[in-house]
Structure formats: C-alpha cells, structure tokens
Design a protein around this ligand. Structure first.
Ligand SMILES: [Zn+2]
Length: 411
C-alpha cells in the first residue's frame, strides 16, 4: 500500500502520511503526517489571525481512532508561528483542540461512548485511566456547550437533591420547557437561589420568567418573591407527593417500629411498597401490601389517603380542584394520623400555589425527570467530585433526549 492510500484512510484534511510503522505483535499503527504542499494556511492559536511567518517546526504524537484492530497514533508535524499580537504561538489545527495527546475525533468518540456507559467501562474498553476518560468527556461536553444556543427561559423548576449526611443538599434550577438543568447550588437556603438569580440572569431575563415549580419551602418562596415578583409559584405534584410519602412512612414507623414485637419483621423493608402507587404494583406486591393492611388499619388508611391525593392533579379547573382537596381534607378528621394532619395544614398554607396549577400551564413531570436523571448519573458515576461536570452531563442527557424525540416525530 502506498502512502497516498494511507492518507486517504486517515482522512485528515490538509495532511498527508509520509511514514508509518506497524507492530503486528502489539497491534499498533503509527502514522507520520505533515501538511500537503497546497496547505499553506497558518492560523495563530492565540487570536485566530492568518499568518505567513513560521518560527519553527516540531512534532506531536496523538492517539486517533483505531484502525481495524490496531490502536492508532498519529505523529503530526506542527508549526510555531510568529504573531504580531501574541508573539510566538502554536498554529491552530482542527484535529487538535487541546494540549492533551488525543485527536478531536478520538475525544468525540470517547465522549459519545460516555453517554451510554460509565467512565469506568469506557476506560476499560479503550485501555485508559478513568481520570483520563473523565477529563476527555468533560472537554467533549464543554465543546458541545460552547457551540449550542441557549434556549429561552420562561418557566423554571427548583428542586433539591439530598446527597447524604456529609454533603447534604444541593439545589437544582431547571428550564421546565426544555427539561434541562441549568444550574447547581450548594445547600438549599434563600441565599442559594438568590445566587442563581443574581449571578446567572440579567434583569431582562428575570422579567421573562412567568412561572416556577418549587417545593413548599419557605426560603425558596422568599427568594422568588424578591427576584421574580411577577412569576407565578406552582407547588407541583412531584413535591407534594414527596411530602405525602413521608407522611405514610411516618405512620409506618409509628405503627410498627415503635411498638416492636413480631409485626416489626413483617413491615421491615416494605417502605418502597408503601411508596409505590397501586397501579404500578405487581399482583404479588399487592398481595403483600394487603397482608400488611390486614394487620394495621391505620397504615391502610394512610396509603389510601396518599393514593387519593394523587388524583388532585387530574382536575383542570380551579373550582373542581379546590372541592376535591376540601373533601380530601375532610377525610383526615377522626383518623388520628398526626403526620397527615401536619400535611393537611401544609397544603392549606400553600393553597394558592397548589391551585396555580390550574391557572398556569406548566409541564408536569419535568422536575421529577430532571431529579431522576441526576440521581441516575450520581449512581452510575458513584458520585461526582466536579459539580460542573455533573451539570454538563445532565444537560447533555436532557438535550440528546429532546433530539431523539424530534427525530422520531420527523420519521
Ligand atoms: Zn495571535
């Protein structure tokens, strides 16, 4: 095979292969490339200006896409240029976006692989260190982010994610219309959300926000009041049902654990059962739950109350929603379920924001989906030390899903 054939196989625009080395034992291929004679365009990597003056020539070796079974590296001849503004600089080359020893298309391939597998799995497949793969993935995502246009922000979701006893909470702000997380902040104070409004949005951008889906959490309400006073606060189903689930769990613990005895064993590990909606349970699970209910009527009542609260969001008219909620609150009387009484008061205190669901059209399930995606990434990556990296991952995940939906619609 001639060098010109290798040039065509490699396919680096403007470069030709002039030497190569094949190691059949180690299964490696090494190609030496330099500019084609017609390729005279030199660009300063500092300022992007076109230049003629060459300072000197040097070589760099980068890993490129594999060629069949051969792990491939390319040794490229590069120029240092003399720029009137930047002094002596390296020329800019499309295939070499960073100083790291990888070609752009190799980094893209790894970044794409990291979208559907953990960094650890990708590292094993490409025989690289996990830290190297994560660094490549981060650069891949940064390049993607730099190129894309930021969608307008009209409706925001605010959620908090619990990371455990040490790191505790962080706050997630998302764009409800695109389903994409926008910003992460530590803790969940008023100051946390203040920081988002102050640092991330201009006054004009803040004025454009018309609705916010948040938890019934006073510090967030205060921050929204201060920064986006005209925005409608919607206490969404996802957060309210989280409170209802907590109330059920409190009943479970009060009824079984504090009493001890043989009943304790029956209810142990059944928390998830009680938190799952009836429609999502298998026959065997329903039977298990019924056994539990036969032993304790209070727990059954709590479960049914949670199930019926879920239907609140089937109403599209404010009046109907309010009537349903009033009937639900009436049922709480005489039940002697303190955790549900507490929930009842919480709902009454936040009534206006609950009814806002009927007054403002906000997409449901988005806050929950964003929350679920981040938790999935955290599980798969076994934690992220770099929060900016986690945010980019979650954004890319949301964006690729949208693209997928659009593609399917077009097909
Ligand atoms: Zn320059």
């Amino acid at each position: 095979m001639r060098d010109s054939d290798w040039t065509r196989i490699l396919g680096w625009p403007g470069y030709r292969v002039y030497q190569l080395e094949i190691d059949e034992q180690a299964k490696t291929l090494k190609l030496w490339v330099r500019r084609k004679s017609g390729n005279r365009k030199l660009v300063c990597s500092g300022c992007g200006r076109r230049l003629e003056q060459i300072h000197n020539i040097y070589e760099r070796e980068v890993r490129d896409l594999a060629c069949f079974e051969f792990r491939t590296t390319v040794v490229i001849e590069l120029y240092r240029v003399r720029c009137p503004d930047c002094g002596i600089k390296v020329e800019r080359v499309e295939q070499l976006p960073t100083k790291a020893p990888f070609s752009k298309r190799f980094e893209d391939e790894l970044g794409q692989a990291c979208e559907s597998a953990s960094a650890r799995q990708v590292a094993r497949r490409f025989r690289l260190a996990g830290t190297t793969v994560r660094a490549i993935d981060l650069r891949y995502l940064q390049r993607w982010k730099a190129k894309r246009r930021q969608p307008a922000l009209r409706q925001i979701g605010v959620d908090e994610i619990y990371l455990g006893k040490k790191q505790r909470f962080f706050t997630v702000v998302s764009n409800l219309e695109t389903g994409e997380p926008l910003w992460f902040g530590s803790e969940r104070n008023k100051e946390t959300l203040d920081e988002f409004f102050r640092g991330q949005l201009s006054a004009r951008q803040r004025r454009r926000i018309t609705a916010a889906c948040v938890d019934m959490w006073e510090p967030f309400r205060q921050s929204l009041q201060q920064w986006v006073p005209n925005c409608r606060i919607v206490y969404d189903k996802f957060h309210i049902m989280q409170h209802a689930n907590l109330a059920v769990d409190e009943v479970r613990r009060a009824e079984f654990f504090r009493k001890g005895g043989p009943a304790r064993g029956v209810v142990k590990g059944k928390r998830w059962l009680l938190l799952t909606r009836w429609v999502n349970l298998t026959t065997a699970n329903r039977r298990m739950l019924n056994t539990l209910f036969a032993m304790n009527r209070k727990l059954m009542k709590a479960y049914l109350l949670k199930e019926s609260l879920d239907r609140l969001w089937t109403f599209l008219y404010e009046g109907a929603m309010l009537r349903y909620l009033e009937r639900w609150l009436d049922q709480l009387r005489w039940q002697r379920l303190p955790s549900f009484e507490k929930l009842g008061w919480l709902l009454i205190d936040h009534l206006d924001g609950i009814l806002n669901y009927c007054r403002t059209k906000v997409p449901i399930g988005v806050v929950e989906a964003v929350n679920g995606n981040i938790k999935m990434l955290l599980r798969r990556g076994r934690g992220y030390k770099n929060v900016a990296y986690l945010l980019l991952k979650a954004q890319r995940m949301a964006a690729t899903k949208t693209e997928f939906v659009v593609f399917r619609k077009a097909a």
